[in-house]
Design a protein around this ligand. Sequence first.
Ligand code: NDP
Ligand code: GUE
Length: 297
Amino acid sequence: MPAQILSGKEVADRILADVAKEVDSLARSGCRPFLAVVRVGDDPASVAYVRGKRKDAARVGILSEEHTFPEETGQEDVCALIDRLNREEGVHGILVQLPLPPHIDEEAIIERIAPEKDVDGFHPVNVGRMVLGQETFLPCTPHGILMMLRHAGVEVRGRHVVVVGRSNIVGKPLANLLLQKREGGNATVTVCHTATPDIGSFTRQADIVVVAAGRPGVLTADMVREGAVVIDVGINRVEDPSSPRGYRLIGDVAFEEVARKASLITPVPGGVGLVTRAMLLWNTVRAARLAQERRGG
Ligand SMILES: NC(=O)C1=CN([C@@H]2O[C@H](COP(=O)(O)OP(=O)(O)OC[C@H]3O[C@@H](n4cnc5c(N)ncnc54)[C@H](OP(=O)(O)O)[C@@H]3O)[C@@H](O)[C@H]2O)C=CC1
Ligand SMILES: Nc1nc(=O)c2c([nH]1)NC[C@@H]1CN(c3ccc(C(=O)N[C@@H](CCC(=O)O)C(=O)O)cc3)C=[N+]21
């Protein structure tokens, strides 16, 4: 039986409808949510992300501003911009696109962002709060994946989830959220990475496989159990002269063959990425609301 497609569009549209309502309510009290995006260089997945965010923000009435630096920009210039954005009352969310070029100290940049404006949920304070199960900005991609599973009626509790990838922005926080003793969690979680020998021996045991490796073809049909749920996070560029941009985006999963075996699978494009964007705007309106409350509004 070929898999059903778990589309990100439907999930994202629902979230964005809620976000738009919250934007209206904030606007009535004189507050317009504002997101600042900082990009250094031209990482392809970041370019795709920025393009999509701008579109979604405009659609729900969130103001967004992009600061784009050339690849060779130094640490101090990026820090100076973050300091300024931290001070600006009208800026509610700050997102620095990752990865940063190798000469820039990524950790120092993330720590520079005021935690209350860290709509990515990457600041150590927010990561700590998340791990402890406290209220905070949840990282957008892992949170979006939980929303997609819930939307599709996929029960996570008691299931074995195998996550391929352990980055700070996807794999690690996702594994943590799935593990937590609360709604949307309670899974048994295995995390694979480049030091894992024979990843297939783990993914074949999974009820749910999430792939966030950043390499096409990391998950093939022989690596999944019949009826598994497959979530593809990867965003990879492949040349395609027939497409207007000269390239198209594909995920990390060998989609055609895996779809023949899985029960449910997310597409790329049109999957996790769209929901990630919606969760970011969700965090942005929440940051705006919290800022307004702090000012006594
Ligand atoms: N759709 C969306 O919303 C988003 C998509 N992305 C995309 O998802 C992908 C992953 O992103 P990100 O987590 O930031 O990437 P990173 O490159 O930071 O991390 C990749 C992780 O995957 C592991 N890995 C890489 N290759 C393999 C392999 N062949 N087998 C097993 N493990 C492997 C790495 O292991 P090790 O730690 O050992 O190096 C690492 O832990 C990228 O394509 C990115 O563009 C990212 C964020 C959001
Ligand atoms: N600080 C930071 N936070 C991130 O969350 C972050 C990041 N840096 N760096 C890059 C990766 C990648 N990422 C994507 C999110 C959505 C789409 C997305 O919207 N994809 C559309 C396609 C868009 C298109 O076609 O251009 C889709 O899959 O349908 C893509 C990529 C977030 N990331």
